[in-house]
Write a protein that binds this ligand. Structure first.
Ligand code: URA
Length: 240
């Protein structure tokens, strides 16, 4: 891989800015200033074997980045938006081609995943894979045993993607934590799904937080708006 490409992939700026940075001598390769943007780095698998230092930092290159964010309410799950603040804008130096895996509504908080690994993103979102998503919610009316049965059975919501035709949700598991708080595990990701599932039972979501996707749990020690790379173990859990 070329030196300028590495820095671009790591989110250090546009290719032309990076070329200038390199030519002005700000980048070191294997202990020496390297002023050649086209310098060919040695690769092995998804690792770069050369030691590359920029602005005093040793660059830790990984082909793919997997970030977990504790999304706050009030930001939209988008890469860019003309009016709203985006979750993506909270990330410093995002790597190239970083995308969001499974959006959350503006007022929903919790686990939001970002990656440039298109394959994994595709698998996690594919309706055929039935990846579980777990949500904590509070609601306006008390929950009851009949709700548990109804969600197990499936409730009818409108399918926006198909022009508002009736759609029966796949079996979902509701756990009642107290009258007005529940945990719902669903295996699909329709638009406003949890809110519409509660509406289908004449109830209303007052707050919503995603706490799990597949085997990956939200790290509750992350403050809202903070994010971090997944550990190798977490990545394995997600891939399974
Ligand atoms: N279901 C919703 O209604 N909203 C979300 O943000 C996620 C799931």
């Amino acid at each position: 891989m070329r030196l300028d490409k590495l820095l671009a992939n790591l989110g250090y700026g546009s290719r032309s800015d990076i070329k200038k940075m390199i030519k002005s001598g700000q980048v070191m390769v294997d202990g020496q200033v390297c002023k050649k943007p086209e310098f060919a780095l040695k690769e092995e698998g998804d690792r770069i074997l050369n030691q590359v230092i920029y602005a005093g930092n040793l660059l830790n290159y990984k082909k793919y980045s997997y970030l977990m964010m504790n999304k706050p309410a009030g930001v939209v799950s988008a890469l860019r938006d003309s009016k709203e603040k985006t979750a993506y804008s909270l990330i410093d130096n995002p790597v190239k081609d970083l995308g969001i895996v499974g959006r959350l509504d503006k007022d929903t908080r919790g686990l939001l995943l970002f990656t440039n690994d298109g394959n994994l993103a595709h698998k996690l979102l594919s309706p055929r894979k039935h990846v579980e998503k777990e949500y904590l919610f509070t609601c306006k009316n008390p929950l009851n045993q009949e709700d548990i049965r109804a969600y197990e059975e499936g409730v009818v919501i409108k399918d926006h993607a198909k022009g508002e035709v009736d759609y029966k949700t796949k079996p979902a598991k509701l756990t009642i934590l107290d009258d007005y708080t529940g945990r719902l595990v669903i295996t699909e990701g329709k638009y406003h799904q949890v809110k519409r599932m509660l509406a289908a039972r004449d109830n209303q979501v007052l707050s919503l937080k995603r706490i799990r996707m597949g085997g990956l749990f939200l790290d509750e020690s992350l403050k809202e708006g903070d994010y971090r790379e997944l550990s190798d173990e977490e990545l394995l859990l997600l891939q399974q």
